[in-house]
Design a protein. Structure first.
Length: 81
């Protein structure tokens, strides 16, 4: 499980890869930059992917590369109530 130390909004200055969906984040797009404490790395997320990860906390044992692709097609993981 990644321990998230800090999340902030950034404007990308080059094309980045979204950690959640493995898709590209365009240059100049606003993205969420997350600092991961344990591994001393930073990851980028689309703003929508960040929201999806927060909303699916229960469905995700851990955040890993491309994790949103695994939960997206699963209907029972969609928001409850
Ligand atoms: Zn994404």
């Amino acid at each position: 499980m990644l321990k998230i130390e800090q999340a902030r909004l950034v404007t990308t200055h080059e094309i980045r890869e979204c950690f959640g969906c493995a898709g590209g984040i365009n240059k100049g797009e606003t993205a969420v930059f997350i600092t991961v404490m344990d591994q001393n790395i930073g990851i980028y997320l689309h703003q929508v992917c960040n929201v999806k990860i927060v909303n699916n906390k229960n469905a995700l044992d851990s955040i890993y590369y491309g994790c949103l692709n695994d939960i997206e097609p699963t209907p029972q993981c969609q928001k409850k109530g």
